[in-house]
Design a binder for this molecule. Structure first.
Ligand code: F6P
Length: 523
């Protein structure tokens, strides 16, 4: 059941891609479109409300064929089957990787240590639903008999970034509860949140898989001390709940055992928003929306498992990214959502992608001799057009970009949305096709700047040939957001398989934590 251990560079496809690159590096997206009038439709995939247009990439049909051969040669299909069925693919931590089971509606059992985990998942979903309903409806009362008005999620990394990003992303669907997030060990973070809340009407959700994380436990203790200034220890049960695998530590903190929501070792922190870690999401937008988020993700799980690789959105995105990372030596990728709601998506994906695939030891225990994890960064359109896009358009680096857009606006304001989407399309067009010397020449001449042409022309040329993917949905809904996140999760998985690394541990974060503890003692 172990994952295959294949150095990608030793495959026939990799060698052919290396040869092919010598020719492909001189391809222009412009020319690729000129020679094939159907390119856009050929290099597009539609799946219900989701559309991927990957035609504006420096790839030909031959490139695609070789990349798909690479996926087959490293036996990606076999790896996907192992991923979904609960094989121990997180080998270094001896764990299965089953965040996909959290959103599965199928009754097919999935065994971990010989036991079906599906009933536990269902029980936990029922608990999330009952608890969210009680708090949202106002039936859950605080220690002075008042209903809850504010939720504070205390967690960091995967116990913060996912819920925070989704709550912000689904703000349109939010109920009246105010939701706050405390993550940083910097005391100013928690202090600013405490300024905004009333202990009588606030519910604290402590999220920590291990319940040992320095930041989270420090923040939780500070908050508990603050709470106990106006309430008594017997009131803690009405205001503190926890999401954790470490029941003993939760109990020692003073949390009622009925107020503990489960977490499991087979769910990695950065993939945990689908579990009880998403409790703050369910509280903020209601359980039905939370469930729609899960159902959206499940649709992509099925697509990823069943679609042919040539029609498989996560696989195609992963392969294109490998093409730039390993053959063009691109260092980074940009993630550019054209909706203000998804302003936290890049930070969320930074953890998901970089904590997963920022590895340099292969599945054989040897140092890799090729590039792995991409650096991802980004911001929302159109703000970033007035910030860093200059470098993407005219800088010296190749930065493949994912543009994420939605056909309809949530609040209407059609005029705004048309402008937003015109910019969305214009950026990709400008990146891909640029502006030639001849066009700039004519433009300057028409503007009556003939005598300045020689001086200005080189600065005004856009070389173009900057790749992008357009990922579009009809509308930003819980379901479409679930799909979007699941696409990136499976892209991460696919790349980890192709790079022959283990994507689901994160030993790289440990040394700094250990040293900080040591230094703290010395201080
Ligand atoms: O430091 C990294 C990390 O282990 C992440 O992987 C995880 O999401 C985060 O810390 C928080 O961990 P916990 O949920 O155990 O507090």
């Amino acid at each position: 059941m172990a994952l295959k251990n294949i150095n990608p560079t030793t495959t026939k496809a990799w060698q052919e891609l290396t040869t092919h690159y010598e020719e492909a590096k001189d391809f222009t997206i412009n020319e690729l479109f000129n020679v094939d009038s159907e390119r856009k439709s050929k290099l597009s995939i539609t799946d219900e409300d989701l559309h991927l247009d990957f035609s504006k990439n420096i790839i030909s049909e031959e490139t695609l064929k070789l990349l798909l051969n690479l996926a087959n040669e490293v036996e990606l299909k076999d790896a996907i089957q192992k991923y979904f069925s609960g094989a121990i693919i997180n080998v270094t931590e001896e764990r299965a990787v089953l965040h996909t089971a959290l959103r599965s509606n199928s009754e097919e059992p999935i065994l971990v240590d010989g036991k079906d985990i599906k009933p536990k998942i269902q029980t936990s979903l029922r608990k999330i639903r009952a608890f969210s309903n009680k708090v949202i409806s106002g039936k859950w009362k605080g220690y002075t008999g008042k209903s809850i008005t504010d939720i504070v999620n205390i967690g960091i990394g995967g116990s913060d970034l996912g819920p925070d990003m989704i709550v912000e992303g689904l703000q349109y669907y939010k109920n009246k509860l105010n939701t706050h997030f405390v993550s940083n060990v910097d005391g100013d973070h928690v202090s600013e949140v405490l300024k905004k809340i009333n202990p009588e009407t606030t519910l604290f959700v402590i999220v920590s898989k291990t319940f040992t994380t320095q930041e989270t436990i420090s923040n939780a203790n500070t908050i508990k001390d603050w709470f106990l200034r106006s309430a008594s220890i017997f009131d803690v049960a009405k205001h503190f709940v926890a999401v954790s695998t470490n029941l003993e530590a939760v109990h020692n903190f003073g949390i009622d055992k009925n107020n503990v929501f489960p977490m499991w070792n087979w769910v990695g922190g950065r993939f945990s928003l689908w579990s009880s870690v998403g409790l703050s999401i369910s509280l903020a937008v209601g359980f039905n929306n939370f469930k729609d988020l899960l159902d959206g993700a499940e649709k992509i799980d099925k697509h990823f498992q069943n679609a042919d690789f040539s029609e498989n959105i996560p696989v195609i995105l992963a392969l294109i990214s490998i093409w730039y990372n390993n053959f063009f030596n691109a260092e980074t990728e940009a993630i550019l959502p054209y909706t203000q709601y998804l302003s936290k998506l890049p930070a969320y994906l930074q953890q998901a992608i970089m904590e997963s695939n920022g590895k340099s030891i292969d599945r054989n225990g040897d140092k890799v001799n090729y590039q792995t994890g991409t650096i991802v960064w980004g911001s929302t359109g159109t703000n970033m057009q007035h910030a860093f896009m200059q470098l993407v358009h005219q800088g010296t680096k190749l930065i493949p970009a994912d543009f994420i857009g939605f056909h309809s606006a949530l609040h209407g304001l059609e005029d705004h949305h048309k402008k937003l989407m015109a910019n969305f399309n214009a950026q990709m067009e400008a990146l891909a096709f640029g502006k030639t010397k001849e066009e700039v020449h004519l433009e300057l001449k028409t503007a009556g700047l003939s005598e300045k042409i020689n001086q200005l022309l080189p600065y005004k040329v856009f070389e173009g040939n900057k790749p992008s993917n357009a990922i579009t949905f009809d509308k930003l809904t819980p379901g479409s957001l679930g799909k979007l996140i699941a696409i990136y999760e499976h892209k991460i998985f696919t790349q980890g398989i192709l790079w022959n690394i283990f994507s689901y541990d994160q030993f790289g974060v440990e040394l700094g934590k250990e040293l900080a503890k040591k230094m703290l003692k010395e201080m």
